[in-house]
Every structure is written in structure tokens, then in C-alpha cells.
Design a protein. Sequence first.
Length: 119
Amino acid sequence: QVQLVESGGGLVQPGGSLRLSCAASGSFFSINYMDWYRQAPGKERELVAHSTKGGDTTYADSVKGRFTISRDNPKNTVYLQMDSLKPEDTALYYCYMLVTTHTHTDGYWGQGTQVTVSS
């Protein structure tokens, strides 16, 4: 069983910063993708940032230059550094990992952490 636990959300003023973390635990061989998604009220879940085991990263246009995804592979942890936050960044943020166990490869989601950008 693979579990993802997120932390780091909260309330921040526009222009501020937050850092989200997501750690995986359980029995598995490797983690291929480590991603961050978000879902605002009344909107569909969208991909914010994507990272591969090889170190490639991609970002949604709306966060390019402001957000940075990074991963600590030995710790099975992914981070999302969010700077210059805007009210439109307010959403529930989820981490997602594509994990290979001894029997299969499957995707797993974190429980979500709320980010609210407001003055």
C-alpha cells in the first residue's frame, strides 16, 4: 500500500510565498512521476507542475516563473515552492505520484492541502 501525505498549505497574502511538501510511504520500487495538481471551487482539477525521475520538469503557463517543483528521490518527497502568489492561485492542491511496486505501476493521490491567497 502506498500513501502520500501532504503538508504546507495555508493562508497567505498576495505576493507571498508558500512551500508544499508531499512524502510517499509504503512498499515500492520507484517513483516515476511526481506532480502537483490543483482544483479551485467550480473548476476542474488542473496540472500545475510535473517532474520525472530523470529531472525533467514542466509547468502550467499560469505558474511559470513563479512556482518551482523539486524532488528528493531518496526521501520519496516532492516539493512545490510557490512565490508571488496571486488570489487566483487559491485552490486545493494535490500531489500525484506514478509509483512502481513489485506487482504493477499505478497512480496515487495525496489528500489535498488548501492554499488560500487573500488580503
